[in-house]
Structures are given as structure tokens and as C-alpha cells.
Design a protein around this ligand. Sequence first.
Ligand code: RP5
Length: 167
Amino acid sequence: MSTPAVPPVAIIMGSQSDWETMRHAAETLDALAVPYDARIVSAHRTPDRLVAFAKGARAAGFKVVIAGAGGAAHLPGMAAAMTSLPVFGVPVESKALSGQDSLLSIVQMPAGIPVGTLAIGRAGAVNAALLAAAVLALGDPALAGRLDAWRARQTASVAEKPVTETA
Ligand code: RP5
């Protein structure tokens, strides 16, 4: 299978410090064999980079954007303002307010500019990747099969009885 020149998923994040969270989106896409491009795009520190990315994302060939940011997390909303591609926002857990600030910055978009907002932290990053894959799977039966298999593996990994874990 040939890999497209521009992968279908863009993972953008506001800072290198977000990668510890956003790598879970990347790893989930890896497990589903969905190509992606991961890059640092800060709404505050590199606004011109954000404008260039978001305005050009559809023409570049991206299909879905996953945007993670923490604190005053304008990145997902500003990206959504400049592209009509689906944007999934991941609130990164901040030091000062444990990601509550990130969540509230991302989730309460005004009507007309949607950001699909996920949970704070790792769970949100994993689920953003699964949602991105589900969108792509609408037109890709092979990927739909890989998503089903991923869920089946998850189901199979859940034990019926709890055990006491030793340190
Ligand atoms: C946000 O500020 C980033 O998304 C990051 O979560 C937060 C802190 O950034 P650094 O100071 O660690 O670069 O823009």
C-alpha cells in the first residue's frame, strides 16, 4: 500500500511540552495504520504558522485535524475558524489548573465554529485519534475493519475478575 504524500490526519499542538499527551494520539493512529503529520503550531507564539497551516490544511490534503493545547488553549478554536475540516480538540493537563482551563478554553465554542472536544489528557488524545479514524473509515472499509479489530482486542483484554496488583 502506498503512503499518500500528505497524510490524512494532522496532529498539531501548542508546545513541545504537549507531546507527552499528544503522542498518545499518534500511537493510537500508529496502531490503526493511519498516517499522520505531527507538528508544533502555537496560537500565541507562532500565530503566522497557525494561519498558514489552518488556511492551507484542506488544499494540502489533510482530512482531519487533531489539535492539543493547554492553559489558554486557543489553538483548536482558531484552527477551526480557518478550516472547514473536522477539528478535534484535546485539552492538555496544565500545571496550574489541572487542565480545567484547557478544557473550558476549548469546549465552549460559539455556534457556527465547531470543535469536537475530548477529555483532558491521555484519554482525550487516544479518543481524538479513534474519532479521526472513525471519520476516515466512513470511506475506507479496510480501516473500518482495523477499528473493529482494535475494539475487539480491547474487549478481549478486560479480565472478568480483579486481581490485587503488587508494587
Ligand atoms: C500552551 O501553553 C501549550 O499548548 C502548552 O500546553 C502550554 C504551556 O506551554 P509551554 O510553556 O510548556 O511551552 O500554548
